[in-house]
Design a protein around this ligand. Sequence first.
Ligand code: HAS
Ligand code: CU
Length: 557
Amino acid sequence: MTYVDDFPGEARVVRTAFAVAFASIGLGGALGVLQALFRTGYSRSLFSAVDYYSVLTAHGVLMALVFTTFFIVGLFAWGVTRSLDTGFRDLRFTWGWLALMTLGTLLAFVSILGGIVGFIPTHAAVLYTFYAPLEASPTFYLGLALLVVGSWGAGVDYVLTLRDWRADNPDERIPLQTFMAVSTMLLWFVCTLGVAVEVVVFLLPWSLGLIPRVDPLLTRTLFWYFGHAVVYFWLLPAYFVWYTIFPKLSGGRLFSDPLARVVFVLFLVLSTPVGVHHQYGDPGLSQGLKFVQMTSTYFILLPSLLTAFTVVASMEHGARQRGGEGRFGWLRALPWENPSFSGIALAGLAFAASGFGGMVNAGLNVNALVHNTMWVPGHFHLTVGTAVALTFMAITYWLLPQLTGKRLRLRTLAAVQPYLWFVGMVFMSNAMHRIGLAGVPRRTSEPQYEQVIFNTPIASIGELHLQTVGGAFLLFASLLCFLAVVGSTWLGERGAKPLAVNGHIPSALSGPEHSPRVLDDFRVWVALTVLLLLIAYGPPLAAMVQNGLFAPGSAPI
Ligand code: HAS
Ligand code: CU
């Protein structure tokens, strides 16, 4: 039996969430191409230098906030119900949170559009990081708030389903996929608190004119309290795929279930008290605070390094099961023609490179060289734009038959898609990193910067050509992905041929019985998380609000 036969209602929820996710990556991707053409000087007549910021906001919001969140709630809805083998309590609640998220997305998107088309009386050229002093229309903040509240509903749905399951199975260990989904959602609850306070207490009343001003440092600090941890909210669902499905795609089994649990607990506990590494350049925060959060940033490398070990070990185990031999020769035994496998392996390679870029960013002194330059977009197009997005696309090829009961069509298109995406991103992000090192700033529509730095007309700078070539590859890859997904959903014949995918996931080589039960006690880990947060953020936030909530203040400690 496939998932769609066992859980038809839940499968429809997942398909709907994925449909919104793919619609936003389609639209956001098209805007990204316009972005690249404008920035690299190929076509500056596409829109005005002012509208550039609205287009950039739409691109960032659709790709980084909407695509990710919708895909993640869909993926986890599948993972939780599949691994617990039980449906959601009440599908009306499930549809409720999905509807709230969709409504919020529409509100936010229309608000951004208003800045470009004129006849909609809204504007939101505040970029996807939307902190003060940039100000958007109230509808933009309201839309984002609804998107977040809806996603909280998803977390509540998973937790309640787990609670019911635990009541029936008191002595069993939580299945790994549910363990991962729930710990990621707990991280999401903890970190979205910061942005919820920022939006509800400060930005929304400010844009409604209820309060005259906000404290930029305080609101930025609240934003980055959320803004770093959110990257792990994107990454952990990719890890969920790497740990639980990728070993099977490689032909084997996960190396260690306990290690996977430890990694997710470490992310929950350590992800949030590091947000100040986005504020190294901010005046008003003490060097001591920046130094301490730099140190905790280096701690958060640990779970990713553990992941690199476990996932590659599982992949090698799979390759050897398939007859692979030799020190590196086993790599040839892997199913490189399967887009789900190749997409994830290439996503992992991109992450290995960008993880090291992240270490560069995290250094308090070296950060001064790269901060606010094109290096940073280079970093995040490899992390969220490849490690995460390519994993999501790749696993969609594997999930679709289980969600629709139809075979994946247009397999050849799907098979080349991950390679195109990877090559495109290598070109584009390499160029971005290099021009960033040369000092080209990010978040600007002003071409003269580039000319001043390179002392050449923009269109003749090699790196910029590479950036555009990379963008073209990405556009083509997105199109192929779109065709394969849409083709399989609409053109595929249900039940006409046997399913191409067997949805069974084998158990780990070293199972959960080799780990202490306390790992599954989320209360302990949430308590530890809150304690660390109080230590990391309590004193600076207290110092900032000493002279009043809405007056500028600094954090000398
Ligand atoms: Fe970052 C800025 C530091 C990870 C996303 N980051 C950003 C921004 C975004 C972002 C969006 O310290 C820009 C925000 C803005 O607009 O201003 N980042 C880090 C560090 C890590 C890191 C230390 N970032 C991510 C992830 C992201 C992401 C993950 C999204 C998903 N980042 C920073 C800093 C800044 C920053 C500063 C501020 C810069 C500034 O000045 O503005 C670490 O978590 C990275 C750890 C990763 C590793 C790699 C392990 C390797 C693995 C691969 C295994 C291989 C396989 C494949 C499976 C240590 C797990 C094998 C295949 C074969 C064929 C063999
Ligand atoms: Cu960060």
